[in-house]
Design a binder for this molecule. Structure first.
Ligand code: GAP
Length: 442
């Protein structure tokens, strides 16, 4: 992305091409909830697969789990979320709009006014972001439960289960991908701030004293995933150290990875926190169950420290989409192209018969059947070949395979590269191997 495009460009591309739709759209939508379309779900799954591969599969010190969204409400008391997971909020007395106090800028006299109508605001008060629900048929205080606002607590409460079943030695990590919910006061900027979203988090347990080095190493590893694995441009990313006063209640040090978004400049896409022994100690105290690691060297039971890389899938989706987007002049027309890394592209290969003539269709369909089990493949025979190339460029398909009249004679097809727009003739017999070379990691 050399030039900044407006968010409207991305919202409209996502809607038109089937990446993201407003949630419950036929009823006028619902703020902070989004639905992922046929291409969106592919991109999202590819992002999750890439993270899992990097954080679990390729490491011998990390295991994955999947825990329930609704947990015993005592979890959220012990974790501090019932008391402190809140944002300051004000209402406009005139237009009744609601804002996060820390999003507002004071006027020349140092007074906060409604940014929409200039009206007077109420006193700022704290608003807890956890969604409440009730378990069972009676909706009373005794049946209150919460939709989890982070996946992390699922890892902490299962610390002992994982330790005893896997017989791990420190350092080791537990990773999870799953839905989280926050009743954000001002959701917005498309899928940047949602009320329902997905998180990918890892709790990395280390010996106390080894935490600071482990934290630095994790920051480096996470940054390298964004740049080297996802292909996000280095110059659009930066690290930001949290100031003491903004640290979460559990954190000794937090560093955010930020991306340069068109709507806000640099904003958080991932947080890497040193959560110390806060959570394990808090759950020990509240549950009465020991959450300890036996250190054979010192013959002592210890409470490990925790390094936590935490990120949102939806925010990563938006980052990858924006960073891959380009508008280029090709002869006298503009082509829109999403330069996704091949392993992220929703569709890897498009099969495009040059014409719909009966003579070409059987061979094109045969090629389609060969490729479909190997790669996410799309068959497209409507409109001119030029229009079909543009359509595939716009959804980020790295390779198009064209079946033409010569194919009937030479049993070969043309493969066209999305980025270079170069074309190469390949025998059908070698097609899968040739595509494997062009689509690493797919
Ligand atoms: N367990 C720590 C934790 O949840 P966080 O900084 O509150 O930390 C981690 O959230 C990541 O989750 C963020 O960097 C962001 O990518 C994503 N995230 C948080 N709130 C979000 C929201 N309302 N909508 C979309 N993504 C969100």
């Amino acid at each position: 992305m050399t030039e900044k495009h407006s968010m409207d460009t991305f919202v409209s591309l996502c809607k038109q091409r089937g990446f993201v739709f407003p949630g419950s759209e036929i009823y006028g939508g619902i703020g902070g909830f989004w639905d992922y379309g046929p291409l969106g779900v592919e991109l999202k799954n590819n992002i999750k697969r890439s993270w899992w591969r990097y954080m679990v599969q390729e490491r011998d010190d990390v295991v994955g789990i999947e825990t329930a969204i609704v947990m015993n409400p005592k979890v959220w008391e012990a974790s501090g979320h019932v008391q402190t997971f809140a944002d300051p909020m004000v209402d406009c007395k005139q237009c009744k709009h609601r804002f996060r106090t820390d999003d507002l800028k004071p006027d020349d006299k140092g007074t906060l006014k409604c940014p929409d109508c200039g009206g007077e605001l109420t006193e700022s008060r704290m608003f807890n972001l956890m969604f409440k629900t009730f378990i069972g048929p009676v909706a009373d205080d005794a049946s209150v439960a919460y939709l989890r606002p982070e996946t992390a607590q699922g890892m902490f409460v299962n610390f002992d289960n994982v330790l005893t079943t896997t017989r791990r030695k420190l350092p080791f990590g537990i990773a999870q991908i799953g839905r989280s919910f926050r009743n954000e006061i001002t959701p917005g900027n498309f899928i940047f701030r949602d009320r329902e979203f997905e998180q990918m988090e890892m709790e990395y347990f280390v010996m106390p004293g080894a935490d600071e080095t482990a934290h630095d190493e994790m920051i480096e590893a996470r940054m390298s995933w964004w740049t080297d694995t996802l292909g996000v441009a280095k110059e659009h990313l930066k690290l930001r150290e949290h100031a003491k006063e903004e640290l979460s209640h559990y954190s000794k040090r937090t560093v955010d990875i930020e991306y340069d978004f068109p709507f806000a400049g640099f904003a958080e896409i991932e947080g890497i926190a040193n959560r110390t022994d806060f959570d394990l100690k808090a759950h020990e105290a509240a549950s009465g169950k020991k959450l300890r690691y036996f250190d054979e060297a010192s013959n002592e039971q210890i409470v490990p420290f925790v390094i936590e890389p935490a990120m949102g899938v939806d925010r990563c989706f938006l980052t990858v989409l924006i960073d891959s987007y380009a508008e280029e002049q090709v002869k006298d027309e503009t082509r829109t192209v999403l330069r996704f890394a091949p392993h992220l592209a929703p569709i890897k290969v498009a099969i495009l018969p040059l014409s719909r003539k009966d003579t070409l269709v059987p061979l094109a369909k045969k090629v389609f059947e060969v490729l479909r089990p190997q790669f996410m493949t799309q068959y497209d025979d409507s409109q001119s070949i030029g229009k079909r190339y543009r359509r595939q460029d716009e959804i980020g398909t790295p390779v198009c395979v064209t079946v033409d009249f010569d194919s009937l004679e030479d049993d070969a097809v043309t493969i066209r590269d999305r980025d270079e727009m170069t074309q190469e003739r390949v025998p059908i017999a070698n097609l899968v191997t040739a595509l494997r070379d062009k689509l690493p990691g797919c």
